[in-house]
Design a protein around this ligand. Structure first.
Ligand code: GLA
Length: 660
């Protein structure tokens, strides 16, 4: 179990560094992430490297038995670079060049940035590949966090190359993008630009490809650095820190290129549900990207942040509770941003393991206690295939739906998280799955939204049902192909037969937050009362049953009496279709219904509000994230004491890990 944080020794004089090592030992630190923002310290000018300070600190950490996750330092180019090579700077869609003075001010496609980053990484890797303290490599930092896309000239050149490789010919590009619409036909790839600011909405296929290109261009950077590290002879695992789902970078595509999946996670202490919608969500996503336990919580905060409008401290015990949540859901390490609170700079108000107020602080005591707890934990299961439900999450849908010009604005992530939180609150574990991945081990697959459906995903889902799986497809699915175009023959062209329905109209509703007249919420009632009446929003689709059975119907409003929830037997399995988007409350009520339909039982029969339960192989963890004590009906052997526990009362932020 790794324990530690980002370490930025370049911010401190020697005497503080001496104290750091002693304090790290006191806190039980096993690993630090070193040098993430050290480029200007390592390379004060082109061709000039200063490694002595880094040699010194790595050697001293090593002597103290602390290992190093060594960064490649490419996340924040040094000030000499933009003066000499202004073309490394990124540009917004509006044409504003983003200057230095912050971080991530590099154009991912800039050949000059790539050359200079490669020189830096080569020098670092050559020097430390065989250093015994270095146990991991940390490439760059949070790709796409601040710079979600670059529209510079360098990006334009690289985007055209990417399009040439994807389409081969301008004719194929024109066909894929539907450019006969609004006189957009290209006669040469040179005419294509990134989707820079335009008088009105961009061609959605163009936008979507630019999202794909942006993710791929950052992946190229990551792979460039990875290859340099490997070429130096380094054998340590290589990672880069993910950020939950990321708006920019397709982590499904990236994950196979990381030796260790790692995540940065900052649930808001002001939000009592954030332990679930951010905390649990991130952890399960990482376990899914990693294909099981063994990922790292690379960054979290010990207390307050600096970057939200309101930065609440964590409550006593909350930091440990969220740390154990990560371990319970597969993490093999808990690290923080950062080791010592900065004295200056943007993040000086950001909490750290060692607070500016010193060691006579609650945070320090909790940091030391957590180090002890993690050190004393027995070995935990290294594999886990206990989740019976696959929840479909996918980037191309997120990007395609983030565009304009749909029947109603749909926040894809909000809806995926709604389903996630509903299963989690019902004590039902899920894995996140890509729709084209192997789904055979799941009893239930839930696809809340598959607006964009590739043929590969469609075949996969059909096969899953035919082989005996239970599938739930949410409204506004199987609408477009991978180029964001309708297919001939209407909607649900690939899944309609499996679902036993056809779709005539999407029936957009007025979003709850919008002013003005119109239908907002629709009521759905089941014929036999098997499901309590519930409410849907955003869409009330007009579907027609071809073979399916109607489970529930719209009641009132323009779709009164029409099917709202259907089920169809196809092959050895069954496929449900929901013709509206259930509200948050309705989703909470429906998740256990669908789980039961697929024979999936909750981990605990009654889970009190504010409590989570998570399974990692044979280990069941229950954590009380609320500020009230919680009585939980569960039994097992406490993995720390070996004693039998039955129906424990958990203190606020208390937790217990049980072996069944
Ligand atoms: C991210 C970054 C860190 C730091 C923290 C602050 O996780 O990777 O460098 O800025 O946010 O919360």
């Amino acid at each position: 179990m790794h324990y530690g944080g980002d370490y930025n020794p370049e911010q401190w004089p020697r005497e503080v560094l001496n104290e750091d090592i002693d304090r790290m030992r006191e806190a039980g630190i096993t690993m630090v992430s070193l040098g993430i923002f050290s480029w200007s310290r390592i390379q004060p000018d082109e061709g000039v490297f200063d490694f002595e300070w880094l040699d010194d600190i790595i050697d001293r950490l090593h002597a103290a038995g602390i290992t190093v996750d060594l960064a490649t330092a490419t996340a924040s180019p040094p000030p000499w670079m933009h003066l000499k090579y202004p073309e490394i700077l990124p540009v917004t869609a509006e044409g504003t060049t983003l200057g230095p003075g912050s971080r991530q001010h590099y154009a991912p496609s800039s050949p000059v940035y790539r050359r200079l980053a490669a020189e830096l990484v080569s020098a670092i890797a050559a020097r430390y590949a065989n250093h015994p303290a270095v146990v991991m490599w940390h490439i760059n930092n949070e790709y796409g966090c601040h710079l979600v896309a670059d529209y510079s000239d360098a990006a334009a050149v690289a985007f055209r190359d990417w399009l040439r490789a994807r389409y081969g010919s301008v004719a194929a590009l024109n066909a894929a993008w539907g450019t006969s619409f609004w006189s957009q036909m290209y006669s040469d790839f040179e005419q294509v630009l990134p989707p820079r600011a335009a008088p009105y909405h961009h061609n959605p296929a163009h936008r979507l490809d630019f999202h794909r290109f942006t993710s791929d261009s950052m992946l190229e950077l990551y792979l460039m650095e990875k290859e340099i590290i490997r070429a130096s002879g380094a054998l340590q695992p290589i990672t880069t820190n993910f950020m939950g789902q990321s708006p920019t970078v397709d982590y499904w595509k990236w994950a196979p290129h990381l030796d260790v999946i790692s995540d940065d996670c900052y649930p808001d202490p002001n939000d009592p549900e954030s332990f679930r919608t951010v905390g649990g969500f991130h952890r399960d996503l990482m376990r899914s990207f990693a294909g099981g336990p063994g990922w790292l919580l690379m960054e979290q905060a010990s207390g307050a942040l600096n970057w939200r409008p309101a930065n609440a401290p964590k409550a006593p015990g909350q930091m440990a509770a969220l740390s154990m949540q990560a371990v319970a859901r597969g993490a093999d390490g808990v690290l923080f941003f950062q080791w010592r609170q900065s004295r200056a700079g943007t993040e000086k108000f950001h909490s750290a393991m060692l607070p500016h107020a010193g060691t006579d602080t609650r945070i320090w005591r909790e940091v030391v206690a957590l180090g002890e707890t993690l050190a004393e934990l027995p070995a935990l299961p290294e594999t886990d295939d206990t989740a019976r439900i696959g929840l479909v999450f996918e980037y191309e849908n997120m990007w395609a739906l983030s565009g304009t010009d749909h029947p109603v604005g749909i926040d894809y992530m909000e809806i995926v998280k709604r389903w996630y939180a509903a299963f989690d609150a019902a004590a039902i574990g899920v894995d996140f799955v890509h729709p084209a991945a192997d789904l055979t081990r799941y009893d239930l697959v839930v696809a809340p939204q598959l607006y964009l459906l590739t043929d590969a995903a469609a075949d996969n889902l059909r096969d899953y049902v035919a082989a005996g799986g239970t599938l739930l497809v949410g409204a506004f699915s199987d609408v477009v192909d991978e180029q964001d175009a309708f297919l001939p023959g209407g909607f649900l062209t690939r899944l309609g037969e499996t679902l036993g329905i056809r779709l005539e109209d999407f029936g957009g509703l007025v979003p709850a937050a919008e002013q003005g007249p119109g239908e907002r919420v629709v009521r759905v009632v089941s014929g036999d009362g098997a499901i309590s009446p519930f409410e849907g929003e955003l869409l009330a689709e007009e579907i027609h049953v071809t073979r399916a059975e109607v489970v529930a119907r719209f009641s009132g409003g323009r779709r009164d009496g029409d099917p709202a929830l259907t089920v169809n037997s196809a092959g050895a399995g069954r496929a449900f279709y929901l013709a509206t988007i259930p509200t948050t409350a309705a989703t909470r009520a429906l998740a256990p219904y669908f789980a039961a339909q697929a024979g999936v039982a909750p981990l605990i029969a009654e889970l009190p509000a504010g409590v989570e339960v998570a399974r990692r192989g044979s280990v069941l963890t229950v954590i009380n994230h609320s500020t009230e004590p919680a009585h939980v009906r569960v039994a097992g052997k406490d993995i720390r004491t070996g004693e039998r526990v039955e129906d424990p009362e958990l203190e606020p932020f208390g937790w217990v890990m049980l072996r069944a």
